[in-house]
Design a binder for this molecule. Structure first.
Ligand code: PLP
Length: 400
């Protein structure tokens, strides 16, 4: 029998698997399952982006290109940084990777030494700890409480710093909480990171998905000093409804980008060539389809929060999310209650019973390191969303 490596044996299997397997089985049996579990826009990729990929194929752009990305795409990304984030990046500081996830892996691999501590605000996107451990790092969690809008403070970060702390992972807008850090909050965090020489991996994948008047501010824009300590991760997956295309990127100090480019040249080589042409169209073409999508998410968010306000009397609560397309529905007040004699002990039980009794799929908060709630995505039609919320209300009202 082949013996697995220690490294891979330490990776946790996805905790969401049981619930999604159940949801898929029910759907296959023709049952009307409502899924709040989705982690991707339910919109199709805008047509002009699709056409750019088709055009690239027709023109025969089907060969290898530079491992770190097409020069024209890196130029388009550098232009985006300048215009949207006020950041000057030379194209040589950008590496185009196979999705945001791959960009994160590349960045951590490039920087972490065995035993380096990485600060991760919790609730966190579930991939961070796994990738940190894959790269020899040690995840150290900082609790972002609902009371503080699911955001960690500079003081909290500073209190967790040890001589082994190498990096902070900052994710704004945040998956799973939808929290968006303000410029002032980011400036305070930057001050601590500069003081202690902490690298920041700034995951800005949901940058464009912000509502309610908040704006995105990248920590790299704080000062040249902070920019030298920052690795930005971003990509087209969420912003342009392109999850299946697989394109993300890092922007980093020159020596870091160079190292990541070399590493990528030996691991995956370039991101598939037609996707890169599609991404040029995403950044340089018509922004209206993306803006329409954001508007639709904004309307759903507003409606969802209205309905959830009406469900507070049932023992549910939430913290207003300003970005991404998720809400953490706090249901810890209901733990200890029972549905038809079966007790709910945490978010996993809550989601398990919700799918079994009401055919509603959601993601248990425990998957993100926080058992107090469940994550609801509003990347589903308004009609399904309202029906799903009605079913959640129905489920909760039967608890004793
Ligand atoms: N970062 C966050 C916070 C995410 O939620 C995701 C995807 O769910 C990613 C990065 C990865 O995106 P991609 O699909 O481009 O790999």
């Amino acid at each position: 029998m082949i013996k697995l490596s220690k490294k891979i044996s330490e990776i946790s299997p996805s905790m969401t698997l049981a619930i999604s397997a159940k949801a898929n089985e029910m759907k296959a049996n023709g049952e009307k399952v409502i899924s709040f579990g989705v982690g991707e826009p339910d919109f199709n990729t805008p047509e002009h982006i699709i056409n750019a990929a088709k055009d690239a194929l027709d023109k025969g752009y089907t060969k290898y290109v530079a491992a770190a990305g097409l020069p024209a795409l890196k130029k388009a990304i550098a232009k985006k940084f300048k215009e949207e984030n006020g950041l000057d990046y030379d194209p040589s500081q950008i590496v185009v990777c196979n999705g945001g996830k791959h960009a994160i892996y590349n960045a951590l691999y490039a920087v972490l030494e065995e035993g380096d501590e990485v600060l991760i605000p919790k609730p966190y996107w579930l991939t961070y700890p796994e990738v940190v451990m894959c790269c020899g790092g040690v995840p150290v969690y900082i609790y972002a409480t609902p009371r503080h809008g699911y955001k960690v403070t500079a003081a909290q970060i500073e209190a967790m710093i040890t001589p082994r702390t190498k990096m902070l992972i900052l994710n704004s807008p945040c998956n799973p909480t939808g929290a968006v850090y303000t410029e002032d909050e980011i400036r305070a965090i930057a001050e601590v990171c500069i003081k202690h020489n902490i690298v920041v991996l700034s995951d800005e994948m949901y940058e464009k998905l912000i509502y309610g008047g908040e704006t995105h501010f990248s920590i790299a824009a704080v000062s040249p000093e902070m920019k030298e300590l920052t690795i930005i991760v971003n990509g087209v997956s969420k912003s342009y409804a392109m999850t299946g295309w697989r394109l993300g990127f890092v922007a980093a100090p020159k020596h870091v980008a160079k190292a990541i480019g070399s590493f990528q040249s030996h691991t995956t080589s370039n991101v598939n060539t037609m996707t890169q042409y599609a991404a040029i169209a995403a950044y340089e073409g018509d922004q209206k389809p993306m803006e329409d999508m954001v508007k639709a998410f904004g309307e759903r968010r507003k409606k969802m929060l209205e309905v959830l306000d009406g469900m507070k009397s049932l023992g549910l609560d939430y913290v207003k999310p300003d970005g991404a397309f998720y809400v953490m529905l706090l249901c810890y007040n209901l733990y200890g209650k029972s549905y038809e004699g079966v007790k709910i002990n945490g978010s996993m039980d809550f989601c398990d019973m919700l799918i079994s009794h009401e055919k509603v799929a959601a993601t248990p908060g425990i998957c993100f390191g926080d058992d107090d709630g469940i994550r609801l995505s509003y990347a589903l039609s308004m009609e399904d969303m309202l029906e799903g919320l009605r079913r959640i209300g129905n489920f909760v009202s039967k608890l004793k």
